[in-house]
Ligand binder design. Structure first.
Ligand code: DX5
Ligand code: ZN
Length: 218
């Protein structure tokens, strides 16, 4: 199965957002990764459901919404109504992870559970049978441009083994510090969906960066 590339709009040029969205779409990115931050679960604040609603008609890419917010169950319905295709919730952000995932599924949206670098796979085992995607954070969430943490690779491999053993079919996504070197390690460990922010959008030629990530995950 070849890799799915999900550019993170967090690193785009906000004064040229439409250009930066169309550009990665034309380059063949399948997903657009949207980092929602509440200033509580993580220090930064980014955007909310109205922003996603306005973006929706502008692109055919899968809108992959990563909620870095405390008690996400309070707002998953709003993001689903705004047009999200996938909604990810952190296991660390709520005592009600099962309910949050159930709410996403009830809206007909793909449900994703997310784990931070300090959280073991064991913490999400009870919900693995209900998710469409697992996001293994490869940096501590909150900012773009951080360095990939190699200690997360073992968790990717562990998840792949559990999935294959129990016959689940969730995708394994990685997010944080992905570039043309770390993508190879994550791919070999078992990831198949690759978020990349600063690698794609910083400096020059986002389209070439996407082509390179795709070629490395064939
Ligand atoms: C980090 C976010 C990431 C971020 C990745 O909290 O979840 O999606 O945009 O940025 P890079 O690829 O620059 O590490
Ligand atoms: Zn993210």
């Amino acid at each position: 199965m070849s890799g799915i590339i999900a550019p993170s709009i967090l690193s785009a040029d906000y004064t040229n957002l439409e250009r930066d969205v169309k550009l990665v779409e034309a380059a063949g990115a399948e997903y657009l990764h949207i980092d929602v931050m509440d200033g509580n679960f993580v220090p930064s604040i980014s955007y909310g459901p109205n922003w996603v609603k306005q973006l929706r008609p502008e692109t055919d890419m899968v809108l992959d919404v990563h909620l870095m917010v405390t008690n996400p169950e309070k707002i998953v319905d709003e993001f689903a109504d705004a047009g999200a295709d996938i909604i990810g919730v952190h296991v660390e952000a709520t005592p009600h992870i099962h309910r949050a995932l159930q709410m996403i599924k009830n809206k007909g949206v793909k449900a994703e559970v997310v784990i931070n670098p300090g959280t073991p796979v064991l913490a999400i085992e009870p919900v693995l049978d209900m998710v469409d995607q697992v996001l293994v954070m490869t940096v501590n969430p909150g900012f773009g441009g951080q360095k990939f943490l190699p200690s997360t690779l073992e968790k990717i491999a562990q998840l792949r083994a559990v999935r294959d053993e129990l016959g689940y079919d969730f995708d394994i996504q990685v997010d944080g510090g992905i570039n043309d070197e770390t993508v190879v390690a994550a791919y070999e460990a078992g990831a198949n969906v690759f978020v990349a922010g600063s690698y794609v959008y910083d400096k020059v030629d986002p389209a070439a960066k996407i082509a390179r990530l795709k070629a490395l995950t064939k």
